[in-house]
Design a protein around this ligand. Structure first.
Ligand SMILES: Nc1ncnc2c1ncn2[C@@H]1O[C@H](CCC(=O)c2cccc(C(=O)O)c2)[C@@H](O)[C@H]1O
Ligand SMILES: [Zn+2]
Length: 353
């Protein structure tokens, strides 16, 4: 258990239960998962960068005044990833961190446009992530899948490039399962990305845009109707629209909730004001995720502890939440059954001990 992440309002044995609970992570960004050790190693390699090399100094560097500041800092870390070997190392180390938390399956959001526009060869980029994915599965037992997201603020050029990389049979990596849209939402209307989502969906990819993180519920409606979203990244502002909540519940469209992220980017003021309780009350399928864990001083286990506190969950409630994450994933049925059975076996043994 990472000591600084022990929530004093959550019993220690519940933290221990969470630490051993098999889990799925559905909303976590590739570069945003770089540990302080990796970030400082890359920063030392590239002394022209403004990113601090001292892991202690990173805590201050990763304190954000608002969402725009977060994206600015995020891009300074993106700037540190310059070679295919940087990409491979990052991906492999992210898998190691996930495996340590008993994450059995993760859909990692990758922004290939940010790397190819910075000069990394597209073929070498795909080979690097696939090589890391296969090594991680063989060595840690954690299954990784990819979501390629459009960095919406970078414009339609980035949408075109992301759709091309995701749908070209010669480039598209085997681990790719979904297509997303990230970055700031203000001034970046979702409907303009419809043709790119149409292409990705026609190529067999699932639609998982961010929506309603920093703008209102109308953005979530746009993601549903225009981008045919099957899950919503964050969807925080959905709580302001009862019709939308009813729609999400009825259609079983999961929300990828990342509570600590919403506080760190100042999308929500405090954890106690987080709308997760409203989502559950409305019958919406809630999944718990970490978004950019080291940048937000969290990890997936801590997000489960936060959820336990906000939703007043015991071991059975946490196991149900973990199973909802598996259910909402894009794993095949046997893969889902395997993790769900593991969760049940683990929970029964814990409660019997
Ligand atoms: N909570 C989050 N909510 C939303 N997105 C999040 C979140 N966490 C991480 N991201 C990531 O932020 C990036 C944004 C990148 C971006 O806007 C941009 C704009 C202009 C140029 C370039 C460039 O690369 O040159 C990039 C995306 O990669 C996205 O995956
Ligand atoms: Zn995100």
């Amino acid at each position: 258990m990472t000591e600084h992440l022990v929530d004093p309002d959550v019993p220690r044995d519940l933290h221990a239960f969470i630490a051993g609970l098999p889990k799925a992570e559905l909303h976590v960004h590739h570069v945003g998962s770089a540990s302080p050790r990796i970030v400082s190693e890359l920063a030392a390699r590239h002394p022209d960068s403004r990113v601090p090399t001292d892991p202690e100094a990173l805590v201050d560097y990763f304190t954000f005044t608002d969402f725009a500041h977060f994206i600015d800092v995020y891009l300074s870390v993106v700037d540190l990833i310059r070679t295919p070997e940087d990409v491979r190392l990052l991906t492999y180390e992210v898998a190691r961190d996930l495996a340590r938390q008993q994450v059995r399956y993760a859909e990692l959001t990758i922004t290939p446009f940010s790397s190819t526009r910075r000069g990394i060869d597209e073929r070498a980029f795909m080979d690097a992530i696939e090589d890391a994915r296969k090594a991680a599965e063989a060595e840690f037992g954690t299954v990784l899948r990819w979501c390629f997201d459009i960095p919406g603020e970078a414009g339609l050029e980035s949408a075109e490039e992301t759709a091309r990389l995701a749908t070209d049979d010669r480039l598209r990596p085997e681990g790719l399962v979904s297509f997303g849209l990230g970055g700031p939402e203000i001034g970046v209307a979702r409907p303009q990305f419809k043709p790119y989502f149409d292409r990705a969906i026609a190529a067999g990819l699932h639609s998982v845009p961010h929506a309603g993180e920093t703008t209102g519920p109308e953005t979530v409606w746009d993601a549903l109707t225009e981008l045919r979203a099957e899950r919503i990244g964050h969807g925080t502002s959905s709580a302001r629209d009862p019709k939308l909540l009813a729609h999400l519940a009825e259609r079983r469209i999961p929300l990828e909730v990342c509570p600590t992220s919403n506080i760190a980017t100042r999308a929500v003021r405090t954890l106690d004001e987080h709308p997760i309780k409203e989502f559950v009350r409305a019958g919406v399928l809630v999944t718990i995720n970490s978004d950019d864990p080291p940048m937000f001083g969290t990890d997936l286990n801590n997000e489960y502890a936060v959820a336990a506190r906000l939703l007043d969950l015991d071991e059975r409630g946490l196991a149900a939440l973990a199973k909802d994450g598996v259910e909402a994933s894009f794993l095949d049925a046997p893969g889902k059954a395997r993790i769900t059975d593991e969760i049940d076996t683990y929970t029964a043994a814990w409660l019997a001990s």
